[in-house]
Design a protein around this ligand. Structure first.
Ligand code: UDP
Ligand code: MG
Length: 167
């Protein structure tokens, strides 16, 4: 079954110059990239993204982590991959959440680490299931930024919107 999945290359992945390696690993899946952008992550976006972990003792740490506060890289690379069994394929390649438990050849097993304060710096985010994928993709991307029609959308006519344009 064709699925969409949100992938984030987290700030540690960017700082360690792993973008190419990670994308190469993901290309093994033969899935299609249907959206991609670099994002500076505001706190509200980080908190909404990780809202299922709000009650965890490490919540504040992972908010700082995804915002790039721990790596002096205040950005992530966000992508949407699309194709057959996309979530399972990408989660398998990513490996377990805890990089010490992740298979050694997986992305997290190869490149992740646990910080002295206990945060799993695991270089990549992959949506966990279809409903999370939908929620996350809608959070990180607008319909115009994805080259296929994944979910229903509406047209909004703006008369008094302010937006930037090249001068
Ligand atoms: N995390 C952590 N310690 C934990 C669990 C999670 O530092 O005990 C971090 C880790 O970076 C993980 C993120 O919080 O990727 C989100 O956790 P989740 O349980 O959603 O794992 P994932 O879906 O990323 O494998
Ligand atoms: Mg998760």
């Amino acid at each position: 079954m064709n699925q969409a999945v949100l992938i984030l290359i987290k700030p540690d992945g960017l700082k360690k110059s792993l973008t190419g390696n990670i994308l190469t690993r993901l290309s093994e899946t033969k899935l299609e990239i249907v959206a991609a952008k670099i994002v500076r992550v505001p706190r509200e976006l980080a908190e909404e993204h990780y809202k299922h972990l709000k009650d965890k003792p490490f919540f504040n740490d992972i908010i700082q982590y995804i915002q790039g506060e721990l790596h002096d890289r205040k950005k992530v690379l966000a992508l949407v991959y699309w194709g057959k069994d996309a979530i399972k394929k990408c989660r398998e390649l990513a490996g377990a959440t805890n990089p010490e438990e992740a298979e050694a050849t997986s992305i997290r097993g190869s490149y992740g680490r646990i910080t002295t304060s206990g945060v799993y710096e695991n270089v990549i985010h992959v949506s966990s299931d279809e409903s999370e994928a939908q929620r996350e993709i809608k959070l990180w991307f607008g319909p115009d930024e994805i080259i296929v029609e994944l979910y229903p959308y509406k047209k909004i006519v703006c008369k008094e919107c302010t937006r930037t344009a090249w001068a």
